[in-house]
Structures are given as structure tokens and as C-alpha cells.
Design a protein around this ligand. Sequence first.
Ligand code: CA
Length: 411
Amino acid sequence: MAGTSEHTPLDLPEGDPFGAHNLPYGVFSEGPDGERRVGVRLGDHVLDAGAAALALGSPYAALLAQPTLNPLLAAGRTAWSDVRRALTAWVTVPAHRDTVRPFLHPLASVTLHLPFEVADYVDFYASENHASNLGRLFRPDEEPLKPNWKHLPVGYHGRAGTVVVSGTDVVRPSGQRKGPADPAPVFGPSVRLDIETEVGYVVGVPSAQGTSVPLASYRDHVFGICLLNDWSARDIQNWETVPLGPHLGKSFATSVSAWITPLDALDAARTAPPERTVPLLPYLDDTDATDDPAGYDLRITVSLNGHVISEPPFSGMYWTGAQMLAHMTVNGASLRTGDLYGSGTISGTEENERGSLIEMTWNGQRPLELPDGKRGFLEDGDVVTMTAWAPGPGGVRVGLGEVTGRVVGHR
Ligand code: CA
């Protein structure tokens, strides 16, 4: 189409972060109640991947003409690469143009859904800066990191059934809370509702119970990543967490982006994690994997009601997705298709790189000054949006889908 000034959906502007180098997967429908179908994002359009596959007589139609990503997730790494190669051809080879174009829908005209059926959900705590900040806040008289922190990726099991897609309203949770000066706990809507800026890893290929997944098998199991907001009620969490882990302060809602970015789109963003300062046990030791790094250089932006409040860098995360997966299965726990695990809050070294309000405001003591008012924690009506991009091939960006959510009052 060279020589024309008109951009059709298959002639993306140069450098579009959702160009043919990216091709993240989601699930969409025409109208909220329409039939759900696997979609692939191309610029500001969605390709109905199953319909295109059927029209082209592709052998991958059975994986793509589906209401969820789960069959594709289960198909494994060779199929993931083959399908991606086919999709790339469909959206770039001129001979396919007229066949594919009718299956492109403007993003603004479709409804996006939770793209996969979430099996188990585990959340980690892999940022040294975040863990240190919370240690300083809550245990000022101790070392910021607990003795186990640099020996294993600390995590807990979350609630898979309350993972929701970006755009879903989040109802302010109620629960028990008790401040240090309160004689007894009280019950009511959380008054310290927070965000946690995270990356989620989506597992495709299962593993058998009684076996473990070594570091080197990470990419045989993990299909891709999403952005994740681990909404957290700090007052509920603070009272309930001792001596076990997070429970009702976290389980009311976890938001994920509508688009899953395949690991195959992130090769140019791979980066070595920070230097390990204590020796690791062999199942976690990745110091010899410098030619196969499992960290990612993701640049994240967090906005509150449209105002940028933080830009956490993912490249500084102490633990990688491969290590979290190896740790999660080292006891023989099995993986299932659709398992989701979160990185934990991403915080950088700088004040404007913190991934939660409790860190940004130092437990509410230093409220954010926003054009529409001060914020210690979230108020009803607040909208939190996380976006991200990664370096792609040839300097072009790889866009990650946003995760956004609005806080609504307790019902
Ligand atoms: Ca978290």
C-alpha cells in the first residue's frame, strides 16, 4: 500500500507498540454478551484469530476458534511458536490481506474478557526494594529483610476465583481492623485500600504432581505475562496476617490486563537479574544462566485518575519468573493450565519508582498531592491504571495491555 496516505488496519504506523512484532492474545466479544473468541491485538484493532484461521484453512483453527486461551496455553511451546509464526504471516504477507481484513474489529467496538480460565493463583514478593520498604515501615527495629528472603522467593496462595479482567470495578472490601491504640477490633469498609503494581506469569503446560520444574524448563511451561494489580486492604491485612499469610485483605479482587504478551515477543527485553548477594541452593541458582537470562526490562507507569504517580522498573526484580516457578514446584506441587503467579509489588530504588501507595505515602504519613486532592490511600471513584512497554526488536517498543480498575463504594 506504499504511496497511499490512508492507514488500513494492516498498515500500522511505523513503530506502533502493538505492531506485528508484538501480537498479544486476548478474548473478546462483539457486545458484552456476544460469543467469546480468541483475539490478537494489532494496533487499535483486534483480529478474530479463529475466524481468520478458518478462512485461511489453517491447521491452528482448532486452537484459536475458542472462547478462551486455555487450549492454546495447553498446546505447548512448539505450538506457541508455530501459531505465532502463522499469525505474523497473516498480518504481514500481502497475499493474505484481503482474507484477513474482514476479521479485524476496532478495539473500541468490542468487549474484552478475562482471557483464560485461572486455575491456581500464587503471589510472590520478589522486589528487594518493596520488601525492604515494608520491613522498614512495619519492623523498624529489625533488619528490613527477613533471614529467608534472599534464599527463596517468598510467596502465598491467593484466590483464583476473584481474578478479574482490566476494566472491572473493584468493590471496597469490608472486614475487621484494629489499630495499635484500639481496644478491640472494629468491622467496616477498609479505610486503607491500596494497589500493588505487579507482573503476572501465565502457565500453559501442566506438570505432574510429585515432580518439579527446573529453571531451564521455565519457557516450556510459561506462555506469557500480563500486568496485574493486587488490590490490598492494608488495615484488614495488618490485623489478620499474623502469624499466617495474607487472606481477606487480598482475596476480594486481583485485576489482570486483558492482553497476554507471549514470552516470544519479549526476547529483546530479556535481561539478567541483579547480582545475587548470597549463594543460592542449586535448584534456584541461575548464576551460570547469563546467556539465557530470565529477567525482563519492562517500563511500567502507574496513574491515579490520569495523573502519573509512579514508574516502577521491572528489571531490578531480585527473583525471576523462572526461579519463582522452580520454587513453586520444588516440593512436587503440580502446575495446571491457567495457573497464574504474580511477581509481587515492583518497586525501584527511587521514591518515584514505588509500586504501592503504602510505600509512596510511607503508610499514609506523606499523602500524594494530586491536582484533584491529596491521597493517602484510595477513595471511592478513584481509577488506577497501569501500563507498560518493553524494548522490542530494532528499537521498536512492545506494548503490554493496560490494567485498570475503579474503586466503588462498599455494597
Ligand atoms: Ca502482592
